[in-house]
Design a protein around this ligand. Sequence first.
Ligand code: ATP
Length: 400
Amino acid sequence: MTTDARKARVTGASSTIPATGSIQSALANAAAGVSLRQVTKKYGPVTAVETITLDIPAGYYCCLLGPSGCGKTTVLRMIAGHEEITSGDVFIGDRRVNDIPAAKRNTSMMFQSYALFPHMTVWQNIEFGLEMQKISDTERKARVGEMLELVGLSHLSNRKSSQLSGGQQQRIALARALVTRPQVLMLDEPLSALDENLRVQMRTELRRIQKQFGMTFVQVTHHTEEAFSLSDMVVVMSHGRLDQVATPSQMFKAPASQFVAKFMGDNNIFQGKVRHCIPEPASDVDVIELEVDGIGSLYSQGYAVPLGSTAACSVRPDLIRIEAIGAGSGQPNHRVNHVTARIVSIEMTGYVTRITLMEEKTGKDLLCKVRTTDWEADPYSEGQVVSLRWSEGDCVFLPH
Ligand code: ATP
């Protein structure tokens, strides 16, 4: 995203928060970018993070996504200063923070468990960090009041934190993390303890607050949907390395590797060997013809790779058309991918109907997703053999 686009996003945010000018400017001015340069973290023989370089611009919401053990939390903890780095450099804004202790990095961390003090009131919980910083009484009072207003819980200021619901505790934890006006807020799976409805509600709330003030948030999550809905920038990690850094939309439309395509779930991935790379004069990408055992040629868009190399292509389940056998055969198009498959099961999940199929020649499992209204207008039955088609432009080439 360009700086202008980001500014437009930030300034164009909704004005549902009755924020005072002071809090707005204090939080926005505090925001700093984060840079990791060739950072490695080893725990004895275990390499948790390996030579990663990552730039998170100021004011971005960045989500670190990946399977358990891939190194997400270690990255977060190294930025926060809770973990020493083995080699490389970490910058917050222009400041190299390798040797600066956590308490002096101007960052805040919000934990999955919220880590509120149960014997203290809501007010005292939020005020605690300011007392540690020896902020004056008047300033403390003003800042805690503003934060309570920001998270909409002013009426609960005298309640003990142990007497709050999960969602309320989460809001207080956020207020406590922001009251010190950190340059970067780190969030370690902040929504995972909440039930599904509350999680969606709180994720909207987090995004609203981050967006309104243009703060820098870095969050760890296991959930693709959560990362996509919150972020300006998604980082997918595996085995201590970065697999892809992209906007949610780029990552959804064009996963950069088989790992990312699989991790996002539901993509149909075909393994094969590159037979041809066909330059497209009007485009900066080539059409790649992949020879897939038992299926034949499948066409996707990508960048030229050596002929004969092993690779894959991926198509999203919502981009495959289901047709009756023989339909469309009057307009042959060698660039339209085509396989024949038998419908194994049909699940209506609400707006979307999931159709699981088995490719006729290879037995490969395939998945299509169709809007329920479209499916019901033109349904097929379990056991029926159908034709599946998708264009080369909807198919992403994935080199090994
Ligand atoms: P999860 O999603 O399960 O929290 P993660 O992606 O956050 O996982 P990390 O917690 O960063 O992964 O761990 C990365 C790797 O480093 C894992 O193999 C883990 O076992 C290892 N690791 C983490 N902390 C330590 C430690 N203190 N000592 C030894 N190994 C560790």
